[in-house]
Ligand binder design. Structure first.
Ligand code: AMP
Ligand code: GLY
Length: 422
């Protein structure tokens, strides 16, 4: 089979490496991929949001199955367009991708179907939002309605910060049209858990749980990033919590999307907070998380292509989705300065990887046969091991073998999870 994977990050590299193990896979094309992904797939220089060019390419290359990983092409209807051509896809339609693309849509969905989440109000008028803030509980959380590269959430510790957030989103439009509407919501507390789940619109099969580390610096200091590292499984996601999430969140969400005429197929990402009043939804993503995927897929024992096809065909209930009992850790090697300004173009050589070791390339380009850094997040250094302490230690060993100019990583990925294990 000829497979198309849309996207260019470490997540896509992890998906491609796993798909390459599937017996039926002959060729994998990455659109656009990156300099590191080029070792495992044929990279074609078509941007992930250039839907017309993607469709044209898929038609010309006789693509048998397409995997659409990033949020933008999903929201733009890449799956709808490819499916209309007769190319089966992994991923939701544009209508179902609204669960991530519009916070207002997802919050109203949860309210309508009684799915636990932070209490909230929606505003499309800055004056009304500012008036509401006069006696809203502080801290409070302000979210731009639309996609904002993961940056559209501001946790305001004071009333002044909250007002500034509303003004910058709604009046100064720092997130463009995404901030024309905002959600102001209750500040929740508790450990966070990421759960990615395969679903065919009826059946939902959660993957192994994980924990992201979103802040740039050790001790959860510094700016929010796309994610500086992950571990799996997440020790806060106990069997009891998992059972409660299935009952109160996962199944109700899948049923709600179906009832709304937007059945969700593909990978649904549940960003959860385990509060003292039970698990609540912080956010949904309509896709695999990055860098959660880099720890989850190496632990998947079932054939990824088979499972993906089952989500498309509606046969997930009969399809085994099995994960190993082990653990995994991903340490992101980033360009110093990320998520702000950083230098790039530094040469790197990737060391050989042994059993249970992976180097997923997030931001690199080829210059002849030299591999140069080209992004904020550059490499995900991943290791799997029988338990979490070993996985964390091993991932740092793998990370220690990768060198490039301006590299930095957090030194405490997994620290909180290891403390929770005790
Ligand atoms: P999001 O982009 O929606 O994932 O939000 C980014 C981060 O902001 C989350 O991972 C949480 O750490 C935090 N966050 C979002 N909503 C809330 C909330 N209601 N209460 C506390 N923290 C939140
Ligand atoms: N790691 C969080 C995300 O993919 O949005």
């Amino acid at each position: 089979m000829n497979i198309l994977v849309i996207g260019s990050g470490g997540r896509e590299h992890a998906v491609i490496k796993k798909l390459a193990q599937s017996a039926g896979v002959e060729r994998i094309f990455a659109l656009p991929g990156n300099g590191g992904i080029a070792a495992d797939a044929t990279c074609v220089n078509i941007g992930a949001t250039d839907i017309d060019a993607i469709v044209e390419f898929a038609r010309g290359e006789k693509i048998d199955y397409a995997v659409v990983t990033p949020d933008d092409p999903l929201a733009l209807g890449a799956v709808d367009r490819l499916t209309a051509l007769g190319i089966p896809c992994f991923g939701p339609t544009a209508a179902a991708a609204q669960i991530e693309a519009s916070k207002v849509f997802s919050k109203n969905l949860m309210k309508k179907y009684g799915i636990p989440t932070a209490a909230f109000e929606v505003f499309d008028d800055a004056e009304k939002a500012l008036a509401y803030l006069e006696d809203a509980p502080i801290p409070t959380v302000i979210k731009a309605d639309g996609l904002a590269l993961g940056k559209g959430v501001i946790i305001a510790q004071t009333r002044d910060e909250a007002r500034d957030a509303v003004r910058s989103m709604m009046e100064d439009k720092i997130f463009g049209a995404s901030g024309s509407r905002v959600v102001i919501e209750e500040f929740l507390e508790g450990p966070e858990v990421s759960v990615l789940a395969f679903t065919d619109g009826d059946c939902v099969k959660p993957m192994v749980s994980s924990m992201d580390h979103k802040r740039a610096l050790d001790g959860d200091e510094g700016l929010n990033t796309g994610g500086m590292g992950t571990i799996a499984p997440n020790p806060y996601y106990t069997e009891a919590v998992a059972a409660e999430c299935m009952e109160t969140i996962f199944l109700p969400t899948i049923r709600a999307m179906k009832a709304e005429g937007r059945p969700f197929k593909g990978c649904l990402y549940f960003g959860l907070m385990i509060t003292k009043n039970g698990p609540k939804v912080i956010e949904y993503n309509c896709r695999f998380g990055d860098p959660e995927t880099q720890v989850v897929l190496p632990l998947l024992e079932s054939d990824l292509l088979t499972v993906m096809q089952a989500t498309t065909n509606g046969t997930l209930a009969e399809t085994e989705v099995k994960f190993s009992d082990g653990a995994a850790c991903c340490v992101v090697l980033a360009s110093s300065g990320y998520p702000g300004k950083y230098e790039k173009g530094f040469e790197m050589t990737l060391p050989e990887t042994g059993a249970g070791e992976y180097l997923f390339v997030a931001g690199a380009k080829l210059d002849g046969d030299r591999l140069l850094t080209s992004g904020g997040r550059v490499i995900g250094a991943v290791a799997t091991a029988p338990d979490l302490p070993a996985a964390v230690a091993h991932a740092y060993e793998v990370a220690g073998k990768v060198h490039f100019g301006n590299a930095y990583c957090r030194k405490d990925i997994g620290k909180r999870a290891l403390a929770a294990l005790k």
